[in-house]
Write a protein that binds this ligand. Structure first.
Ligand code: ADP
Length: 448
């Protein structure tokens, strides 16, 4: 029991004992006790009224003066109030600082309530979404941004996926929106003007596509002439060798322009071309033969383990490009008498294409960057083997378009393994052909 309670109790007991004593002396015990109780009750009531008035009207003033337990109670309440006031002030300061900071951000910021209604926004959001204060407070953002792509934006798992749409007020402005959940079901939407970035990307894409396209015809003509000159038996030995080198380099340039055009095509549309059921095992046995020819005198041991009943729903040229690039790399980066193992198999997680070699391997620091365009571990070696540094970039894009992903595992001097994982919904088996399920991909055309 706190000290003041005991004090108060002792005081009450002492006054009762005193009243009893005086009452006994004057022969009026009941009256004396009643008198003391009335005095105590009156004093409690007066202090209660003072507390009530202070709380109601003068909270900002010091509390009314009082002694004993009442004094303690007044001071306690006063201290609590002071603390709450300080905390409020700090909160308001933090809130103001937050608003000033977000207002100064170059990106638009919109705070949403639990149900998706707009609560607050900054100056950039006013510009990008033409929001008006106070009319638009409480408006649902989903009603303002009516775009088919927005359906995916509101899905629970779409937090890290920014989406890009036209500004609802100006088609010339492209905005990217990103959702961030915080606190108690609160949402923050970050809006960025990406018009300029998109224009620059488009210019770069157009430039690469146009230049590759323009180079294609002269290179075809050049290669045609070189081919007939190389085959011409009247050409002397020295010149013949020069012509062969020229033909080889022209082929490299042709390959480069083809690769660049393919990448531009991938960037132009995210969806793959027309999909069919692809006879992958057949595609791989042809590829194995090509790899053997490409390896030439190095005489690699090439093993193919392919499930003959495992087909895939995909775009045949893109799949061929994926498989070819990985197998050609294995051949190019595996020294003579090395082994290359190609596997095509299925498990619960889907279908997997795996190329394993006993080649030169890749140091761990290079692995995350291998799928970047023109990234080569050893530029000279790669050039020597006819590589452009675009192969794995093509593989990555083609895999994404076919809803798959690429894994790379390698050790310097030991070899490398490249695995392409395709989701189970793309898996087909020949005996399912023409069965006619609801999936548009089941049955239909077959390619290899
Ligand atoms: P490139 O046309 O140069 O082969 P890629 O994009 O196909 O370009 O590959 C990028 C780089 O990754 C290559 O330059 C090479 O250094 C490395 N690489 C790819 N595949 C292998 C492999 N099987 N073994 C060792 N290194 C490889």
């Amino acid at each position: 029991m706190p000290y003041n309670w005991t004090n108060e109790l002792w005081r009450i007991l002492a006054s009762l004992v005193l009243a009893l004593l005086i009452g006994w002396m004057v022969g009026q015990i009941t009256l004396a006790l009643l008198l003391v109780i009335t005095v105590w009750f009156a004093s409690y009531f007066i202090r209660l009224v003072r507390l009530d008035r202070w709380l109601r009207f003068d909270r900002k003033q010091e509390p009314p003066h009082s002694t004993g337990l009442w004094g303690e109670t007044f001071t306690g309440i006063y201290r609590l109030q002071q603390r709450a006031r300080k905390r409020n002030k700090r909160l308001i300061k933090t809130l103001n600082r937050f608003r000033e900071t977000t207002a100064a951000l170059p990106d638009g910021v919109v705070l949403l309530r639990e149900e998706g209604e707009i609560e607050w926004w900054n100056a950039e959001a006013t510009r990008l979404l033409q929001l008006k204060y106070p009319q638009d407070v409480g408006l649902r953002l989903a009603n303002l941004l009516r775009h088919p792509a927005m359906a995916a934006f509101w899905q629970d798992d779409a937090q890290d996926e920014p989406i890009t749409i036209n500004s609802p007020y100006n088609d010339a402005i492209r905005i990217s929106l990103r959702r961030v959940e915080y606190g108690n079901n609160q949402t923050l939407v970050i809006i960025r003007d990406v018009t300029l970035i998109e224009q620059l990307q488009q210019m770069r894409r157009d430039f690469v596509a146009n230049i590759s396209h323009e180079l294609r015809t002269p290179l075809t003509v050049l290669s045609g002439y070189l081919e007939s000159l190389v085959e011409d038996e009247t050409v002397d030995q020295q010149l013949h060798h020069t012509l062969e080198v020229m033909q080889q380099q022209t082929r490299r340039m042709q390959q480069l322009t083809e690769d660049l055009m393919l990448l531009s095509r991938f960037e132009h549309s995210r969806e793959p071309g027309e999909k069919v059921v692809v006879n992958v095992p057949q595609m791989l046995s042809r590829l194995k033969e090509q790899a053997r020819i490409l390896g030439g005198e190095r005489e690699h041991t090439i093993l193919l383990e392919a499930d003959p009943t495992l087909y895939l729903w995909g775009e045949p040229r893109e799949l061929d490009s994926i498989f070819t690039n990985l197998v050609v790399n294995a051949v190019n980066y595996t020294p003579g008498s090395g082994a290359i193992r190609i596997r095509w198999h299925e498990d619960d997680t889907g279908a997997h294409f795996e190329v394993n070699d006993t080649g030169i391997g890749i140091a761990p620091r290079h692995i995350p960057r291998l799928t970047e365009r023109f990234y080569r571990v050893d530029v000279d070696r790669s050039r020597h083997s006819g590589g452009s540094g675009l192969g794995l970039a093509i593989v990555k894009h083609a895999m994404q378009r076919n809803r798959g992903s690429l894994r790379i595992d390698s050790e310097v001097g030991q070899g490398s393994t490249f695995i392409c994982d395709f989701p189970p919904e793309l898996v087909r088996h020949p005996d399912e052909q023409g069965r006619g399920t609801r999936d548009e991909g089941r049955g239909g055309k077959t390619a290899s």
